[in-house]
Design a protein around this ligand. Structure first.
Ligand SMILES: [Fe+2]
Length: 400
């Protein structure tokens, strides 16, 4: 399968369609990297927890009574049943729903029903000395984001993200608050019918910005984009176009993030390996989490943070933005003419990206599919990302 026809640059087409590759990635990439779990405010108080799938491992992060964050593998030491579901607040202890084995927030086994009767072997010891405490994992914080690693002895998070940090925006996410358009659906979540790598490649592809998004991302100066690689991570920055910058105080849809000097404004759009992008702009800070569900399905969850100001300030800014003259000249227009329900006529850049990803995935099954040529500058990141995926799998396969 290694002839040119069946390659997506560096990886075979099969890497985007087969269960075999999906499983390899789960084992050797997603189980061996720091995985995004949420924002620090998700676990604000003692007993608050959040769980996340990290490759082959389900892991939860819990804040202890000592206010320390800890991460554990989310399975009972009795017979492996999942202990905690999704997110929760104020948990006093962790009890397995199957047979009610109970652990404290520090992961120690503290009670087993009918211990004396049913487990004579465990009787002579204190429960926490039985070797049946929860398996520990690692948790750490990077830019207000929680990350977990299945290995309790994972290397320090800054050895992983340190190289890319200088290229991120000057934003302080901890000072911003989560923007919720709709209280019942706090996050934007969208299932995309494409392999997770197609979604990543679209995110890091500079070449398409001026084309697919010719009507939707005109506030940024694509010709002045600066981008490159730092370790396994991609970094990207592009400034605002002068016309938009000149009217930014009115045109910005959200209140401007303060402490941001004008010469630092623009879009910082890094991709942190393997599957979390950050989109940092003059008025918002977003996480873009691409979660592989199947070889041809990816869940994208976007969380947005904006300035911590009153509702009234938001409304005022929104009104100013709606009436700003700059929008009359720079957007948002669809790529095609037509009904707004057509993603290509919607004037919504996210809908345009989803459309492009899904169409590309569809073509992978065609016997006539091949990639033509690669843009030297604008698409270099695509094949570089594929090389990182390949190297990561090979490295951990050899370690195993
Ligand atoms: Fe795009």
């Amino acid at each position: 399968m290694n002839n040119q026809k069946n390659m997506m640059h560096t990886l075979p087409v099969e890497a985007y369609t087969s269960k075999k590759w999906f499983d390899l990635e789960q084992e050797h990439i997603f189980s061996k990297t720091w995985q995004f779990a949420g924002l620090i405010e998700d676990v604000e108080n003692a007993g608050d927890y959040i769980s996340v799938q990290a490759g082959l491992n389900n892991i939860f992060v819990v804040k202890g009574r000592d206010n320390r964050l800890r991460a554990f593998h989310n399975m009972c030491r009795h017979r492996g049943t999942q202990l905690l579901r999704a997110v929760g607040k104020g948990q006093k202890a962790i009890t397995c729903p199957y047979h009610d084995w109970t652990y404290d927030l520090e992961g120690k086994l503290v009670s087993i029903p009918k211990k004396e009767e049913e487990f004579p072997d465990l009787c002579n010891k204190e429960l926490h000395e039985c070797g049946l405490n929860l398996h520990e994992a690692s948790v750490d914080i990077f830019k207000g984001m929680l990350f977990v690693h299945p290995d309790k002895n994972a290397p320090n998070i800054m050895t992983f993200f340190g190289e890319v940090e200088p290229y991120l925006g000057p934003h302080i996410p901890e000072e911003l608050i989560e923007y919720q358009k709709n209280k019942d659906e706090p996050f934007y979540a969208k299932e995309i019918n494409a392999n997770w790598k197609i979604v990543v490649e679209n995110y890091i592809d500079q070449y398409h910005l001026a084309h697919l998004h010719e009507g939707t991302l005109n506030m940024y100066d694509h010709a002045k984009a600066e981008f490159g690689w730092a370790g396994p991570h991609y970094h990207f920055y592009e400034p605002l176009v002068p016309e938009y910058l000149a009217d930014i105080k009115n045109a910005s849809p959200f209140p401007l993030i303060d402490k941001m000097p004008e010469n630092k404004m623009g879009a910082y759009v890094p991709w942190l390996f393997p599957n979390i992008g950050i989109t940092e702009s003059e008025s918002a800070w977003n996480t873009f989490h691409a979660i592989p569900l199947a070889p041809d399905r990816t869940l994208v969850v976007i969380r947005s943070k904006t300035m911590n100001v009153s509702e009234w300030e938001y409304t005022k800014q929104y009104t100013k933005s709606m009436t700003s003259k700059v929008w009359k000249t720079i957007g948002n227009k669809g790529k095609y003419e037509g009904d707004a329900s057509d993603p290509m006529a919607s004037g919504d850049f996210m809908a345009e990206d989803v459309y492009a990803c899904e169409q590309q995935q569809k073509s992978l099954s065609s016997p006539f599919f091949s990639v033509g040529a690669q843009a030297q500058k604008g698409e270099f990141a695509v094949s570089k990302f594929q090389s990182v995926v390949k190297e990561w799998i090979e490295k951990h396969r050899n370690d195993a």
